[in-house]
Design a protein around this ligand. Structure first.
Ligand code: RFL
Ligand code: PHB
Length: 390
């Protein structure tokens, strides 16, 4: 029978970041991942890192490549009705964001984990968390045709929205809050130079569009689509044509197109589960909450959870003080709800709703004009976009 201090369920960015931070503090952890490393690295997701996550990458000792290859952005562009204005982060905050893909963050964390001899089990099935509400929890899982058991002090549930950790908390204890949006995002990755130096978030009558990037030769674009649309309905040409119609003319004219190397549709959802702790089980990241991607907050909110949990575990193992762990759920949720609010607000502002009335549309335009003209409104947006303090 094996034993460790912390079992981390899920080898996505939350689980790996926590694993590396614990390693730095001399706390032993085993990471259990259902898929292969290649599969996890094949998911194209987040692209914008808040200062908090940038700092945690440094704390975890994995920021060398990010610092060399990432792009620091100190503003973003918002477009509507042929108009485009800039929200200047540097003018309103003392922070910037880093454009560096989740794929690269995850790769750096996996490389560091391998280099430090961290115990990571891939392709594990049927992970079950046992006795999390007692002082002797353990986790079982299937691998190589046999069932294994690891006893531990604590379990970190970092297994994403579809994982098993959240569902381990009895329904009578859990309270869930959800909003499903009536549209999705169709995203493509293409080996073309980005259309603009900064991201462009565009509100148009045909629906939202976003121009983002990974590096000088790799672009990431999204367009709002029907929630039940299929990737097969969208040729590359159809995507580019639709994107051009939704972004300002000057950008559309200079857009460089090419074959897509990835194309996928993501639904949009706001979701929070409370509490984020049950006994010795702590939920982190998408396992506990989802935001629509409009504010680029999913990975970043996962990182703030990891920060609070790491702090609590270090306090406990360092001087036996469990106060950080006892207040984890409360602290994490306080920040989660503020981030949910920002992502919901920004999504409402930028998308076309199927049921939108002319009045609703006028309200969106008035709010965009207010944001364009008000330094105070821009300061509020900038503060949220660069990331609320931990
Ligand atoms: P993940 O990434 O889902 O990782 C969970 C891991 O757990 C594994 N797993 C299990 N392992 C063992 N046993 C089980 N029973 C398991 N069940 C699941 C899974 O295989 C997986 O490896 O959750 P994590 O680590 O909490 O990370 C969250 C982020 O991935 C997510 O919030 C972001 O990608 C959201 N997101 C964005 N976030 C940002 O901060 N900035 C962005 O710019 C941004 N853009 C995006 C996004 C998400 C998107 N999609 C596709 C949903 C853009 C998109 C399009
Ligand atoms: C991305 O580059 O994938 C991205 C950027 C900003 C967002 C969402 C996604 O708000």
């Amino acid at each position: 029978m094996a034993r460790t201090q912390v079992v981390i369920v899920g080898g996505g960015p939350s689980g790996l970041l926590l694993g590396q931070l614990l390693f730095k503090a001399g706390i032993e952890a085993v990471v259990l991942e259902r898929k292969t490393r290649e599969y996890v690295l094949g998911r194209i997701r987040a692209g914008v890192l808040e200062r908090g996550l940038v700092g945690l990458m440094g704390e975890a000792g994995v920021d060398t490549r990010m610092k060399a290859e990432g792009f620091v952005h100190d503003g973003t562009q918002l477009a509507y009705e042929g108009d485009m204005f800039r929200v200047d982060f540097a003018a309103h905050t003392d922070a910037t964001v880093m454009v560096y893909g989740q794929t690269e963050v995850t790769r750096d964390l996996y490389d560091a984990r391998a280099a430090t001899g961290g115990d990571t089990r891939f392709e594990v099935d049927n992970v079950v968390i046992h006795d999390a509400d007692t002082d002797a929890p353990f986790v079982t899982f299937d691998q190589y045709g046999g069932t294994q058991r690891i006893d531990c002090d604590y379990i970190a549930g970092c297994d994403g929205f579809h994982g098993i950790s959240r569902k381990t908390i009895p329904a009578s204890v859990r309270r869930e809050y959800e909003k499903v949006y009536p549209f999705g995002w169709l995203g493509i990755l293409s080996e073309t130079p980005p259309v603009n130096r900064e991201l462009i978030y565009a509100n148009s009558d045909r629906g939202f569009a976003l121009c983002s990037m990974r590096n000088a030769q790799l672009s990431r674009y999204y367009i709002q689509c029907d929630v039940d649309d299929h990737v097969g309905n969208w040729s590359d040409d159809a995507f580019w044509d639709e994107l051009r119609r939704r972004i300002p003319a000057a950008a559309a004219e200079t857009l460089v197109t090419g074959p897509s190397i990835e194309k996928s549709i993501a639904p949009l959802r706001s979701f929070v589960t409370e509490p984020m702790r049950w006994g010795r089980l702590f939920l982190c990241g998408d396992a506990a909450h989802i935001v629509p991607p409009t504010g680029a907050k999913g990975l970043n909110t996962a990182a703030s959870d990891v920060h609070y949990l790491n702090q609590g575990l270090c306090q406990f193992y360092g001087d036996g003080d469990s106060r950080g762990l006892d207040t984890y759920s409360e602290k994490a949720l306080a920040r989660v709800w503020k981030t949910e609010r920002f992502s919901w607000w920004f999504s409402n502002l930028m998308h076309h709703y199927p049921s939108q009335s002319d009045f609703d549309k006028k309200m969106q335009l008035a709010e965009l004009a207010f944001l364009r003209d008000s330094p105070e409104a821009q300061a509020a947006m900038a503060l949220n976009y660069v990331g609320l303090p931990y």
